[in-house]
Design a protein around this ligand. Structure first.
Ligand code: NAD
Ligand code: FES
Length: 299
């Protein structure tokens, strides 16, 4: 059991949990993630590690309410327990002094981009960060990103905060005004990562994206997280989650991530029905016919 010692909403539907997990806190490196399960028959979901504190033995995870399990998770609070948290999983980000690195965080993907931006800054890079969200309320980790960036640009799709537009508008401006960019790291929705990859491919700028396919065991055994990289199958949980953006087959990623959409929606509807009919037994009652891991990936 892993105890939640602090929980707070960073934005509507996006919650940060500080959990007691000393072994994970000691081993975690930027770019890695955990897979957790809330109750015995529950599905396993991959979740972003936003930070860790080896001395306190705590790990910060960020969860966006999307399906049944993430909504259930986001209803937990300090003092509650999570059944299992497995990790850290995945290969850490490759941190070196590249020169000038642009770190792009789209929506909740910013939580995954933040530790990598911090490590790149510590390694001596000039870090230019671009953070985008649909609206002002959904901008997360602004002070944290500012603290590790030489420059921070913020966009909102509706213009309710900072500059109106997508993160790619800022990236295009940087390219057009001749800013030297040695590398781009992008984490966020697939459409955003694909748009970043197309833009930087034209400029021949090395670009890394963190992929978020459906995951089940996180050990390279089940094949659930298969992605196509340079025409070859790789497993995001052990070979990634970060890959060269110019080699990723985004069409396959989109197609595989939507495979269980109907089942996810049925599961979520059943969860809401159970909560309405029997709010105190929501966990047990919400178990329906969605196999483990087949809910939309968190990261
Ligand atoms: P969102 O849909 O609100 O988009 C966030 C930002 O991405 C937008 O504000 C915009 O700036 C940019 N964006 C969106 N569509 C774009 C397009 N077509 N072209 C250019 N830029 C575009 O994001 P959200 O709802 O906060 O994020 C949810 C998604 O992020 C989920 O699918 C989740 O799985 C994914 N995610 C990925 C990781 C990862 O490791 N890859 C980590 C966390 C979350
Ligand atoms: Fe099973 Fe990656 S999650 S192989």
């Amino acid at each position: 059991m892993f105890k939640i010692i602090h929980a707070e909403f960073l934005a509507p539907g996006v919650k940060r949990f500080v959990i007691e997990a000393p072994r994970i806190a000691r081993k975690q490196r930027p770019g890695q993630f955990v897979i957790l399960r809330i109750y015995e028959e529950g599905e396993r979901i991959p979740v972003t590690i936003e930070n860790s504190d080896p001395e306190r033995g705590t790990v910060n995870i960020v969860v966006q309410s999307a399906g049944k399990t993430t909504q259930l998770l986001n209803s937990l609070n300090a003092g509650d327990q999570i059944l299992d948290v497995v990790g850290p999983l995945g290969k850490p980000s490759e941190i070196a002094n590249y020169g000038t690195v642009v770190v792009v965080g789209g929506g909740v993907g910013t939580a995954m981009a933040y530790p990598t931006a911090a490590a790149l800054k510590r390694a001596g890079n000039r870090v230019i960060s671009i953070v985008g969200a649909r609206n002002k309320e959904l901008v997360i980790l602004e002070p944290e990103m500012r603290a590790v960036s030489d420059a921070l640009m913020i966009t909102t799709d509706d213009g309710s905060y900072a500059d109106k537009g997508f993160v790619t508008d800022k990236l295009r401006q940087l390219i057009e005004n001749g800013t030297r960019i040695d590398m781009v790291v992008a984490v966020g929705p697939i459409v955003m990562m694909r748009a970043v990859a197309e833009m930087t491919r034209r400029e021949n700028i090395h670009t890394v994206v963190s992929l978020n396919p459906i995951m089940i065991d996180g050990t390279g055994m089940c094949g659930g997280c298969r992605v196509l990289i340079d025409g070859k199958s790789e497993f995001a949980c052990v070979d990634g989650p970060e890959f060269d953006a110019h080699k990723v087959d985004f069409a396959v990623l989109v197609q595989r991530n939507s495979m269980y959409r109907d089942a996810e929606q049925r599961s979520l509807a059943e969860y809401h029905r159970c909560r309405t009919e029997s709010p105190t037994r929501e966990v047990e009652n919400a178990v329906v016919a969605v196999p483990p891991g087949q809910q939309g990936a968190q990261r």
